[in-house]
Ligand binder design. Sequence first.
Ligand code: ATP
Ligand code: MG
Length: 435
Amino acid sequence: MALDLHKRILSAEVQSSKAGSQVIVAGWASEVKSLGKIAFIKLRDREGYLQLVSTDFKLIGRISKLTNESVIIASGKVQKSKAKAGGNELELKDFEVLSLAEPKLPIDMSGKIETDLSKRLDYRVLDLKNPKNLAIFKIRSQANASTRDFLLANGFIEMQTPKLVAAGTEGGATLFQADYYGKKVFLSQSQQLYKQYLLAAGFDRVFEIGPSFRAEKSHTMRHLTEFTHFDFEMAFIKDEDDVLKVLEQWFVFLLKDLKVKCKKELELLGTALEIPKLPFPRVTYEECLKLLSTISVKLKFGNDIGTDDEKKVGELVKKKYKTNSYFITKYPFGLKPFYIMTDGEVSRGFDFEYEGEELASGGQREHRVDILTKQIKGKGLNPKDFEFYLMPFRYGMPPHGGFGLGIDRLIRYILKLENIREAVLFPRDPERLMP
Ligand code: ATP
Ligand code: MG
């Protein structure tokens, strides 16, 4: 190769280069146009597009043989573009083909022809070439980084916990099972057990951003069989509101940070992040039932608020509190897992709701082993089956609480994507294991 790859600069750097300077760029020839006396290559790289132009007949001849999506390295002189959009372009001096693409592409990535999501996912790597998709994953990457920044600054320790486990904590119905040298093994549904272990060990504040697996044979816009779970737990809390305070502050920090650090990507997606006011309303479960009764939805204490009614609560809360971000608190214990602390029938469990959909669930956990044992029995379960869970509680467990949140749902909601699958690189659902 005659052109030096180490001298490559990105398209965005060409925009800030002086006219007349000689540069080297590399990327995909997303569009190739040869019009006889002039030829254009619309080069795409990680930072965007750059127009390469040539009036040299030898180069024009070579350009006309170039296929869309071939990878090239090119050298040329920076000049002001005459196109309406303005900016810089490159007057091509030379180029080399590093990888010639086949002439027919299975899907259109330019966004000009609409392709249904399922087909896009079949050809996900090609689909991800679309700069709008790249923008989604740059934002997702920044969201994880901002989350880490916030938590590390607030005394949290990042953990990595096992994904191959001997038992579940979120109910047997959604466990994936496999063979482990003749024994049963399950894919972890959440970090619940391990984050509590670490608080028993004295870590005080922990979090993880890692995969969880749920055998949910549902085909919704918000469920996957593998998702990225942001799970967080803190010790020495007075009640669940201590957790809510950190959660709402993290959420506002995250949105503000993304607004600054992902300005370009958000503009490309045409998405304005709405930053909710602090504190978020704490809407009790009882209040949700009352709100629903004003639109003639009659639910009794203890009834689950189904997906449609949850959406309606979102609209009613928006009307009353002028916000799309709120907590539903004080759920009946019957609707929450055995490990949530209760005050009689009412539990200290909550959901974090965004636009009437669940983004996170959490609560204060029961840390007193005798009461916890009773709660396990109360749910019709056998405490013997939970000895692995209970053991550390016998040797000193501080009062504590936390939550679990799906990063995929988070990205879907804040970017207003229609389907959770768009927020995941290679989504897994009951039908999809490939690519
Ligand atoms: P839902 O009621 O919406 O099915 P859940 O109550 O079963 O969710 P939790 O066990 O509370 O889920 O998990 C905590 C969070 O993890 C959820 O609020 C959600 O953001 C995310 N999550 C749970 N299951 C899935 C899934 N199958 N796909 C994507 N995200 C999920
Ligand atoms: Mg939940």
